[in-house]
Design a protein around this ligand. Structure first.
Ligand code: G3P
Ligand code: CA
Length: 305
């Protein structure tokens, strides 16, 4: 797959309610290289695509009177909400997704189901090789809160491997990166299934332990601000990761929330592409792809001069 890879962050989440088959399909149609499902558990052990295990922000659960008494608290969670691990998959399927950001289009709120990981893998397979991509579509699942789910008896490693087996990944692999903010799940996945490409997510400067991550991860997914100095130069993280044999896929690029130093989405992508990133997580994968293609065209012209 030609780098930098374009990862559709939560699907085409700039346009449609995130983590729905419709948002993933739109991302595919807009030319994403990978779709990115964040995965949490249901009570009966199914993996479903949601960024958070609390459900009020991204679904219409609050409009379901039959679930009013499920509103509760959880350790580490401020206030009350409805949590995925208190719902069976059949119950989750009665909910509908909604756009999480107020400034974005809300016309599709209440229309789309919450997909399972099985459905996301099926969608990935069904899209296969497209004329625009020329290589198979990839999927980039994130294990959300694996330590917490393990503490309540829900084993992420077993569930993920089982889903990959159902999707026949070991006999007919499609491009994949499995990501997490928690090193433990990645370390145990690497021990069990060394062939599975893994990405260590990094949010804070103090978590930058690249030599440690290189022992089990194939790359890092850092907050993009960690890659740039105040003066607009590389912090050296990309170079260090590359020297350790790891890819660098920063997040999150949002055309409707541009950092003030960039006057267009293309300017921001160009800057990070030039810095040497191997991929980008984007809510607007069409803008990321346009910037990638424009850069490719410029480089082609240069080599012909
Ligand atoms: O997974 C990379 C990026 O998505 C991390 O941020 O919080 O959107 O999952 P989040
Ligand atoms: Ca994610």
């Amino acid at each position: 797959m030609q780098k930098p890879i374009i990862i559709a962050h939560r699907g085409a989440s700039g346009y449609l309610p995130e983590h729905t088959l419709e948002a993933y399909q739109l991302a595919i149609d807009l030319g994403a290289d990978f779709i990115e499902p964040d995965m949490v558990f249901t009570k009966d052990g199914h993996l479903i695509a949601r960024h958070d295990h609390y459900l009020s922000t991204s679904t219409n659960v609050a409009d379901h009177p039959e679930f009013a008494d499920r509103r509760t608290t959880r350790p580490g969670y401020d206030g009350e909400d409805w949590f995925s691990e208190d719902f069976t998959l059949a119950e989750i399927k009665t909910l509908r997704a909604k756009q999480t950001m107020p400034q974005r289009n809300h016309e599709a709120d209440g229309k789309f189901e919450i997909p399972t990981m099985e459905e996301v893998f099926k969608l990935t397979r069904a899209n296969g090789i497209s004329a625009s991509r020329k290589v198979p579509l990839g999927v980039y699942p994130e294990t959300k809160l694996p330590g917490y789910f393990k503490s309540i008896g829900l084993d992420y490693k077993a569930a993920l491997i089982s889903e990959l087996e159902k999707a026949e990944w070991w006999t007919d692999p499609f491009p994949i990166f499995v990501q997490s903010f928690e090193a433990d799940i990645l370390i145990s996945l690497k021990q069990l299934k060394p062939e599975l490409p893994l990405i260590m997510l990094i949010e804070r400067k103090q978590d930058l332990q690249l030599e440690k991550y290189a022992q089990f991860a194939d790359g890092i997914g850092p907050f993009k601000g960690l890659l740039v100095t105040k003066g607009g130069k590389s912090t050296g993280i990309i170079e260090q990761a590359h020297a350790l044999g790891m890819e660098v896929h920063p997040w999150t690029f949002r055309s409707d929330q541009l950092p003030q130093e960039f006057n267009s989405p293309q300017a921001e992508y160009d800057f990070f592409f030039e810095l040497g990133v191997d991929g980008v997580f984007s809510d607007f994968c069409n803008d990321a792809r346009a910037a990638k293609l424009a850069r490719f065209a410029r480089n082609q012209i240069k080599t012909r001069e």
